[in-house]
Design a protein around this ligand. Structure first.
Ligand code: PEP
Ligand code: MN
Length: 262
């Protein structure tokens, strides 16, 4: 994935969209798919605000086994319905190799979560596919470890990888994570792969997410992935960092202005 090997930027062509080119992309949607009404209303709202892709977890890697684990197969079917109805491309997390076939069938981009960044069997398995991968940085992973995780995928022949900075663990406890925006220019310099930022998990505080959306745009990312929910206080996961529709729409106008000025 090194720029020394391939000096020009890798561009991914996914369902008519070019990632890693001139256009800035916004992936938006709930942390978890919760219901038909929730995912369809969110898909329509984020599309109207200018998002080009829909996110939504169906297989959720939760810290506690007693927390909502996702709608699993039913969640995948609802994402497919939202994709069909809105034309938005879809990304969802693949949690393990056992569910890879099912997830790959229903998604345009396979998301590998922070907790799985060094799940080498999973990296090898997605490396065997020819489907784009959004690879999130582990919460305690260095930039080099993220790049090496990407190597595992690319070495198997799947060159369609997007790197994603999503915040790392530091001594700071006021925020959920510390969004390492340093990683963006470093990754862009070291690698030819597109780089995204997840400001939602990166800071974890709803009121502070829009500022980090703007910052991620200004620092030169190729896109961002943002959690949006129709009613954040009632979300089954990550409500504390999810924007409602009007907050998202307002932030999108700001992000668009910054992206156009770049
Ligand atoms: C998510 O995108 O909802 C998620 C679980 O992210 P991460 O793997 O970065 O924690
Ligand atoms: Mn989440």
């Amino acid at each position: 994935v090194s720029r020394e090997v391939k000096p020009d930027n890798t561009q991914l062509n996914i369902g008519g969209l070019t990632i890693g080119g001139a256009a800035f992309h916004v992936i938006a949607g709930p942390c978890s798919v919760e219901s038909r009404e929730q995912i369809l209303s969110t898909a329509h709202a984020v599309k109207k605000a200018g998002a080009t892709m829909l996110r939504g977890g169906a297989f959720k890697p939760r810290t506690s086994p007693y927390e909502f684990q996702g709608l699993k197969g039913d969640g995948l079917a609802l994402l497919a319905e939202a994709r069909q109805e809105t034309g938005l491309l879809v990304t969802t997390e693949v949690k393990d190799t056992a569910t890879l076939d099912a997830v790959a069938e229903h998604t345009d981009i396979l998301q590998i979560g922070a907790r799985n960044m060094q799940n080498f069997s999973l990296l090898e398995a997605v490396g065997e596919r020819r489907k784009p991968v959004l690879l999130k940085r582990g919460m305690s992973a260095t930039i080099k470890e993220l790049l090496m995780a990407a190597e595992y995928i690319v070495a198997r022949g799947n060159t369609q990888v997007i790197l994603c900075e999503r915040g790392i663990r530091t001594f700071e406890t006021m925020t959920r994570n510390t969004l390492d925006l340093n990683a963006v220019p470093m990754l862009k310099a070291l690698s030819h792969l597109p780089v995204f930022v997840d400001p939602s998990h990166g800071i974890g505080v709803r009121k502070a997410v829009p500022a980090m959306m703007r910052a991620a745009t200004a620092v030169g990312a190729d896109g961002i992935i943002v959690e949006v929910h129709p009613d954040p206080p009632r979300a089954k996961s990550d409500g504390a960092q999810s924007l409602d529709f009007s907050e998202f729409e307002k932030s999108m106008n700001e992000v668009r202005a910054i992206a156009q000025a770049m």
